[in-house]
Design a protein around this ligand. Structure first.
Ligand code: ADP
Ligand code: MG
Length: 153
């Protein structure tokens, strides 16, 4: 399995981060999975808000830290927004019925997806957000990767 960076973005405000997410959401199709990683407070939920807007969801997006999943059905596609910060491991995650959402008709956006990397399918989108404090307190680098199978040689 090889990860290739498809696109890298630099942002200097929450609004810019949301605009990037919004553009990605407009290209999303049913069944897409977006694994969202990055430290606490880096901007994953900010990204999710822009992503929801890109799907045409107008209701407020709240962080599902305590509920694990928030589902939004008023956009172009259903959005399943997970925040699995409180999940210990993939076994615990499977009990939540994750696989039905992964195979569902909507788009999955999973904050802290790295915690359950072993049960996520191949070929999904990985979004990693990092701070670059050397530039400015609001600078973020957003990497958008698609994990592909290693090419046969
Ligand atoms: P996470 O979900 O990753 O824990 P949040 O999205 O809840 O983080 O919070 C990110 C915080 O960082 C917000 O307070 C937001 O205003 C701030 N922020 C500053 N600059 C940026 C940026 N360029 N992109 C996203 N968020 C930013
Ligand atoms: Mg969050």
């Amino acid at each position: 399995m090889a990860a290739e960076v498809v696109r890298a973005y630099k942002t200097d405000s929450p609004e810019e981060t949301q605009a990037i997410a919004e553009a990605l959401a407009r290209e999303a199709v049913a069944g897409d999975i977006f694994a969202l990683n990055g430290d606490l407070g880096v901007g994953k939920t900010v990204f999710a808000k822009g992503f929801a807007r890109g799907l045409g969801i107008e209701e407020p997006i709240t962080s599902p830290t305590f509920t694990i999943l928030q589902e939004y059905d008023t956009g172009r596609l259903p959005l399943y927004h997970f925040d699995i910060y409180r999940i210990e491991d993939s076994g615990e995650m499977e009990e939540t019925g994750l696989s039905e959402y992964l195979d569902g008709a909507g788009v999955c956006l999973i904050e802290w997806a790295e915690r359950i990397a072993d049960i996520l399918p191949e070929g999904i989108n990985y979004i990693t957000i990092e701070k670059d404090a050397s530039a400015s307190p609001d600078r973020r680098i957003i990497n958008v990767e698609k994990v592909t199978e290693a090419k046969q040689t």
